[in-house]
Design a binder for this molecule. Structure first.
Ligand code: FAD
Length: 437
């Protein structure tokens, strides 16, 4: 029996998973390697961070998703290096995996713009662990405010700063405002959670910068209506356990806050950097690989780079954003090109079909740019709900998420309001309000 063409896919995110599924009927031997055993639906991470969904509702075991696809083997392992001459991928445990065609779809990581020390006090939202840490931090803040000794301390615990007013920042701010104003309204005896300050800090001149200006303005109005304060043109200069320092034009200031969340940009991963170095590949400022119009690396037709790790362009040469649709369509295209090549054919260059963008701002409001039509408010929110539901990988999760959202809509209730993990040791409970006093 002739050896089958070996396709090695690194990463079971949107791009890698769709590539594997598109190769379902192809005469190839696929290995899908991921350092996690699950596919994560990142667009709903903020709902885990804000207690409306549980981690398992937005993640699906990759092995289960592909269990019926006979030509794919799913393996757990972290790729750390590449030997392009021998066509091998090397794992952190020394494992070596050969390929004929390689798809690299290992995504990105959060960028603190060179200030990685801020991560400790300002978690970001990229993984399940980070989302549950955020959930911990935000619920813990209300608990600590309830036991604060002084008014200043209570204020600091009830002040929340979100850095970055892109879609994730707005989604977080909207959800936090609803938690403070509705969900927790009756749960405390000393503090009034609805007096919490939620500040959205952004270095640029408007929220949702990549969106059309009218939608940006709508989003700003919607989030302000929820009681969120917006500080535009504010550049963060420091984040520590006491709060956020910033520069605003010629002035500078500090917001005392015990809870800071980072919703800034993304950058390449250490593995991405290593591959770029080994292949002497061209990358952009964020370390994304510049790929050819067929999504393969220049002079390396056997290596595709997809999704967040790639700097893909539209027909006019403008770089495409790091969003799920770019990853999904890229995964489908690369798989179809592999099939075409094996049949001795080729395909026209990758063409991105832009279905639009959307961001949700609270329980029943969103802004959306759907095929160039700008929608906001309740209708945009319904479109958002529908689209997110159909892209959740497992049918069972879709039903559970729909039920959870129904409850949230009717009652403001967030059932996953659990403080998990160790309580912070760096913020000891004040003695005077402890049980012993
Ligand atoms: C909080 C948040 C909200 C978002 N909201 C939206 C939204 O509303 N709409 C939208 O379109 N997009 C949104 N995005 C962006 C979208 O999720 C990404 O563009 C998309 O996930 C990129 O897909 P990908 O396949 O390139 O990478 P990912 O989905 O990140 O998948 C990468 C996979 O590779 C694995 N991996 C990483 N390194 C290695 C390694 N060294 N070895 C093996 N495996 C590895 C990871 O475990 C992961 O499974 C959001 C992202 C975040 C973080």
């Amino acid at each position: 029996m002739p050896n089958l063409h070996r396709v090695l896919i690194l990463g079971g995110g949107f791009a890698g998973l769709v590539a594997a599924q598109t190769l379902k009927r192809a005469d190839v031997e696929i290995t899908l390697l991921d350092k996690r055993n699950f596919h994560l639906f990142q667009p709903l991470l903020y709902q885990v961070a804000t207690g409306s969904l549980s981690p398992a509702e937005i993640a699906a075991p990759i092995r289960a998703v592909l269990s019926r696809q006979k030509n794919v083997e799913v393996l757990l392992g972290e790729a750390v290096d590449i030997d392009p001459d021998k066509k091998n991928i090397i794992l952190d445990d020394g494992g070596v995996f050969p390929y004929d065609t390689l798809i690299i779809a290992t995504g990105s990581q959060t960028s603190y713009y060179g200030n990685d020390q801020w991560r400790e006090n300002a978690p970001s939202l990229k993984s399940i662990e980070e989302a549950t840490r955020m959930r911990h931090k935000l619920l813990y803040a209300f608990e600590r405010a309830e036991r604060a000794d002084t008014e200043a301390e209570e204020r600091a615990w009830l002040t929340f700063v979100i850095v970055g007013a892109g879609a994730t920042g707005l989604e977080l701010a909207g959800a936090l405002a609803e938690i403070a104003h509705h969900t927790l309204k009756r749960d405390f005896r000393r503090i009034r959670p609805q007096e919490a300050r939620i500040i959205l800090m952004e270095g640029g001149p408007r929220v949702l910068a990549p969106y059309p200006e009218d939608l940006s303005a709508k989003a700003e109005k919607l989030v302000k209506r929820l009681g969120v304060e917006i500080m535009l043109g504010a550049f963060v200069t420091n984040i520590d356990a006491d709060g956020v320092s910033y520069k605003h034009g010629e002035t500078s200031g500090t917001v005392p806050a015990r809870t800071v969340f980072w919703a800034g940009g993304v950058t390449t991963t250490p593995f991405g950097r290593k591959v770029a170095e080994r292949l002497n590949a061209q990358t952009d400022r964020s370390g994304r690989f510049k790929v050819d119009p067929d999504l393969a690396l220049p002079n390396r037709p056997e290596i595709f780079v997809l999704g967040d790790l790639a700097c893909t362009s539209d027909a006019k040469g403008n770089p495409l954003p790091g969003v799920a649709q770019v990853a999904i369509q890229g995964g489908r295209y690369a798989a179809n090109l592999i099939k075409a090549r094996l049949a001795g054919r080729t395909l026209p260059p990758f063409k991105y079909f832009d279905k639009g963008d959307m961001a949700v701002i609270g329980r029943a409001a969103a802004v959306a740019d759907v095929f160039g039509v700008h929608v906001s408010g309740f209708i945009a929110w319904c479109i958002w709900l529908f689209i997110h539901l159909i892209y959740i990988v497992e049918f069972q999760s879709r039903i559970i998420v729909l039920i959870q959202w129904g409850f949230l809509y009717l009652t403001f209730s967030r059932t996953a309001r659990l403080i998990t993990g160790e309580l912070s040791s760096d913020t000891p409970v004040p003695q005077s309000r402890s049980k012993a006093s």
